[in-house]
Design a protein around this ligand. Structure first.
Ligand SMILES: *Cc1c(COP(=O)(O)O)cnc(C)c1O
Length: 399
């Protein structure tokens, strides 16, 4: 039988039928501990009653109208989200890439309003911002871009966590209008910048009149032990994008803005057919309420600390483990060799993990992960890593 689906994914040979909390079950009834949560999407775990009730209730009255009309659920979500984020206004789309597209368009309009004819945005090496043409251009990964030239104009790239490079770009280029940056690089391998990085970027943006635009699509919604990762640094962005964890799996994206940046878009400058529809907004409001009610950001911080300490102990002095790092429930275990094969080995053992940037095991478990599940994750994964390192010798350069 030929595959009806375009071959954009190399899928693992498993089909899940249902889930509950941090557990998933496949067609044969085998159970898996989900340490990936649909890539930081299902923060509340699977089949959370608050999300189910919001979705069932809303589907029974109204799924979609149009942004041509008032949408109470969208206004309510917008009020809640902007208050929590300390931002002024929000635009809703349907994905992370769309949220970043909105931010990129907003930055360009902001530049044109300041009389800059060809505004440029500063972006980082090793970053990930999406798969649309503008967001793949912003992305600092050639594999994402290759074959899709001509790329979009108006992006300038510097190394991540390199303030001197940002200063140099600011001194040399007068077309820059914004910085787009992840507070922690997710796809790039759970790269955590130095503590003064975001505060200094804030200062540089203020000095030049640039917008500080944070891509919190992966880091937001409680994942790092704060509702938004930038809150660890005590700074406030001008623009912030969200998606993944915002509605626990119902497609949604959000571009929030503050101050003058919140007033840049006017009628007709941007839009979306589905964006902010009642169904997605009710799901997102249920997620925000549940994060608050169940204290899930604090739980993410605790569970993250438990996992980090657990892995550091279980893998102490283990040759082949280059680094163990993380913030809240965003954890990376870097090996000294490519380790994509570990994903299939973990799957066979009933554990869902991810490998990114070739050598980094990435864990993004749900915020509702229980202490005993975290212990299980540590012991099972540490065992798999030891077995993997024993049977997969490091690559000899040039071989
Ligand atoms: C996943 C991700 C995106 C893209 O989101 P999509 O919903 O897949 O378009 C953008 N930025 C970051 C940091 C992400 O992790």
């Amino acid at each position: 039988m030929s595959d009806p689906l375009m071959a954009t994914y190399r899928r693992l040979p498993v089909t899940f039928t249902h889930g509950a909390g941090a557990w998933l079950w496949d067609e044969t009834g085998k159970r898996y501990l989900d340490a990936l949560a649909g890539i930081a999407v299902c923060g509340l775990g699977h089949a959370h009653p608050a999300v189910r009730e919001a979705l069932c209730d809303q589907a029974g009255s109204l799924v979609h109208t149009s942004n041509l009309y008032q949408i109470a659920a969208q206004t309510e979500l917008g009020a809640r989200l902007t208050a929590l984020a300390g931002m002024d206004r929000v635009f809703f789309g349907n994905s992370g890439a769309e949220a970043n597209e909105a931010a990129i368009k907003l930055a360009r309009l902001h530049g044109h309003h300041r009389g800059i004819e060809k505004p440029a945005i500063l972006v980082m090496e090793n970053s990930f911002h999406g798969r649309t043409l503008a967001t793949l251009t912003a992305t600092g990964n050639r594999k994402v871009q290759a074959g899709f030239e001509p790329l979009v104009q108006g992006f300038v790239r510097v190394p991540y966590d390199d303030l001197a490079a940002v200063e140099t770009a600011g001194a040399n280029r007068h077309d820059l209008v914004a910085i787009l940056v992840e507070p922690i690089q997710g796809e790039g391998g759970i790269r955590i910048p130095s503590p003064d990085y975001l505060p200094r970027l804030r200062e540089i943006c203020d000095r030049h009149g640039w917008l500080l635009m944070l891509d919190e699509i992966q880091t937001g919604m409680g994942r790092t032990g704060a509702l938004f990762a930038h809150q660890h640094s005590g700074i406030q962005p001008d623009v912030m994008t969200l998606a993944k964890g915002l509605a626990n799996g119902v497609p949604i994206g959000a571009c929030l803005a503050r101050g003058a940046a919140a007033e840049v878009f006017g009628p007709g400058t941007h839009g979306s057919t589905f964006g902010g529809n009642p169904l997605a907004c009710r799901a997102a409001s249920a997620v925000l309420a549940t994060i608050e009610d169940e204290g899930l950001t604090a739980r993410a911080a605790e569970r993250g600390a438990q996992l980090l300490a657990g892995f550091r102990q279980a893998l102490a002095h283990q040759p082949g483990v280059a680094d163990i790092r993380g913030r809240g429930l965003m954890i990376g275990i870097e090996l000294d060799r490519p380790c994509a094969d570990l994903v299939g080995q973990a799957l066979a053992a009933g554990l869902l993990i991810n490998v990114t940037a070739d050598r980094v095991i990435r864990l993004l478990p749900p915020l509702i992960l229980e202490p005993a599940q975290a212990d299980l994750l540590v012991s099972e994964l540490a065992r798999l890593i030891r077995d993997f390192l024993a049977t997969s010798p490091p690559q000899v350069p040039g071989s």
